[in-house]
Every structure is written in C-alpha cells, then in structure tokens.
Write a protein that binds this ligand. Sequence first.
Ligand SMILES: *[C@@H]1O[C@H](CO)[C@@H](O)[C@H](O)[C@H]1NC(C)=O
Ligand SMILES: *[C@@H]1O[C@H](CO)[C@@H](O)[C@H](O)[C@H]1NC(C)=O
Ligand SMILES: *[C@@H]1O[C@H](CO)[C@@H](O)[C@H](O)[C@H]1NC(C)=O
Length: 315
Amino acid sequence: MINIFDIIIVKIIFLLISTFITMEVLKNNQPFDLLPDEMLIHTLILVDAKTLLDCRLVCKRWQELIDAFVFQEKVALENKFVNNGQGYSSFSQIGSNDIRKIELPWYVFYVISKYDPFNRNLIKNHCGQDHWLHWESINAAGVMAPFLSDLDLDYDFSQVSRIPQSEQLLLSDPDFDGQSSFFNVDFRHLRSIYQEIIFKDYGLNVTLMKTLQPKIVFSSWSKTRYQYILYRLQATLYSETNSSKVVTADSLNEESPTEWKRASDSIETMGHETSLRLNHSVIEVLEQPALYNFQVTCSVVKILLPIKYKNAYLL
Ligand SMILES: *[C@@H]1O[C@H](CO)[C@@H](O)[C@H](O)[C@H]1NC(C)=O
Ligand SMILES: *[C@@H]1O[C@H](CO)[C@@H](O)[C@H](O)[C@H]1NC(C)=O
Ligand SMILES: *[C@@H]1O[C@H](CO)[C@@H](O)[C@H](O)[C@H]1NC(C)=O
C-alpha cells in the first residue's frame, strides 16, 4: 500500500532534482546553444512581450534574434494590422519572409505586440453603448463636467438612444463595430462632449512619436434636430513643448441637415505630440438655443502606422 508521505517525499525529491537540473542548464545556457536560430525564434515567440524585454538581456545572440525577428514574428502571428502600401491589412496576410523586410525598429514591434495602438479605433465607448462612460462635457456655463451617471442628465434631454434598423447606410459603416446607439445632446445644457487620448497609454512615448510621426484620422456620424445648426467635429493635438494644433472637420449639411452625415479629417503629427482631444460641439447659427440639439455616434480616432519596406515590390 502506498503511504501518502511516500508520495510527498517522492514529489519533493523530484522537485529538488528538477530544480537542480534547470539551474545547471540555465547556468551553462547549453540547451539553447544547441538550438538552431529558427527554433529559438519560434520558442521565444510564445513568450509575452514584457518578458521578452528581459530575454533581450540574456546574451548577445538572444538580443539580436529578438530585435531582428522575434517581435516582428510575434506581431505577425497575433494578427495585428499593417499598411502594405495599398491600404491597411492584417499582418497575417503577409508572408513571414516579407515581414522581415519591414523597416521599423524592434521597439515599434514591441509596442505593437504589447499595446496594439495602430489602425484601430482608440475612442472608448464610441457609440454610447456604455452610456456616458469615458466622455466628458462642457456645460452651458462653460464648465468642464465629467458625467457622473445618467441620473445627472434627468434635468435635460441629453440621452443615449438606439439607431433604427432602417438607417442601413449608417449601420453598414464597419467602424460601428456591431454597436447601434447614439448620443442625443441637448445644447441648452451641454455645449460639447469630448474624449482625450493619451498617446503613452498606447506605448507611444516620445521615441515612438518621433520615429514614426504618424498620421491620425478621425471621424464621426452626426445629425441635428433642426435646420441651421452647424455640428463641429474637432481634433486638437497637445504637446508638452509647444501650443496645440487644431484641425476641425465641420459637418455642414445644408441640403438635409437632419439626416445622418459622416464628418472626417486627418492630422499630421511632428513627433512632439503627447495627446489628442476629440470634441463634438455645435456652432450656433441661429439665435434660438432652445432648439439646438445634436445627435452623434461612431466617434473614431485611428493612428496610422507608416510602413516602409526594404524592398518595394511587396504586394
Ligand atoms: C519609448 O518606448 C520604447 C519601447 O518601449 C523604449 O525602447 C524607449 O526607450 C522609450 N523611450 C523613452 C524616452 O522612454
Ligand atoms: C513644435 O516643436 C517642435 C520641436 O519640439 C518643432 O519642430 C515644431 O516646429 C513646433 N511646432 C509648432 C507648430 O510650433
Ligand atoms: C469644443 O468645441 C467648442 C466650440 O466648438 C468649444 O467651445 C469647447 O471649449 C471645446 N471643448 C473642449 C474640451 O475643447
């Protein structure tokens, strides 16, 4: 009969022996020295991005392989997005040999595998699916006020509603991402709603911004309740070193202002920018504020990854 203590003792002995073997092996680095580059690369791809930073410090060979191949291959495997010069497509559609032709420093691939910041919508709660979460507002008194809860809005007609299924054109925009709600903003009480994107939250620190100087695209769908109201979509870049740069996409829709319309524009960055604010507001056109009311949904901000290939012939 097997005694429970025998099992425990056997387990402890096994643990000691295996720990000892592992330590000896790591000390001499032998099994990895025996592995060919390809196998080492394919093993390291399975390691998470943050740990790979530590792995870079193990030895020169590891660092060279990680910098030249591992981060790139990892990004390729994990299906992140890349511009192949003909629009944006998935890394997974690019053969792994071609991925090696992409001229970007290793830390860009590290940031892609850790934060996935490029070519996707960085606006949170972009259609109001989580009510006012992540959005802030400027009220009629000109005061910045975060939304505390929907209850705060009881006194006015600002609310989140559903887009009717009949709005096919609107809902077929892939940026809706399966959502179908919109913000209905009562201008008597709220002058603007806005959201800020801090670049370093997505791994885009000064080094990354300076290296890439990425272009940023932004858009939204809007409609106004009455004629003669001008909806304004505004993106403002902020930097620590100098004043902000404002790009607005005014969505003046004179023919049918009360139908959904998409406003969009883009901004070039210069490398010193640290954040972006996307602001929805109304420009007064008629002195009848009681009638001002705008509806907005599908706010989008995408930072585009600029890519150069070492050989230009990639399809
Ligand atoms: C920015 O991030 C990259 C990748 O994480 C890193 O290699 C670089 O040292 C960082 N630069 C600064 C100034 O923090
Ligand atoms: C902002 O500062 C950068 C240097 O940090 C400079 O190259 C650029 O021209 C400045 N931009 C403006 C609009 O002043
Ligand atoms: C948004 O734009 C409106 C005017 O278009 C402006 O009054 C308001 O201050 C802006 N909000 C922010 C947070 O910049």
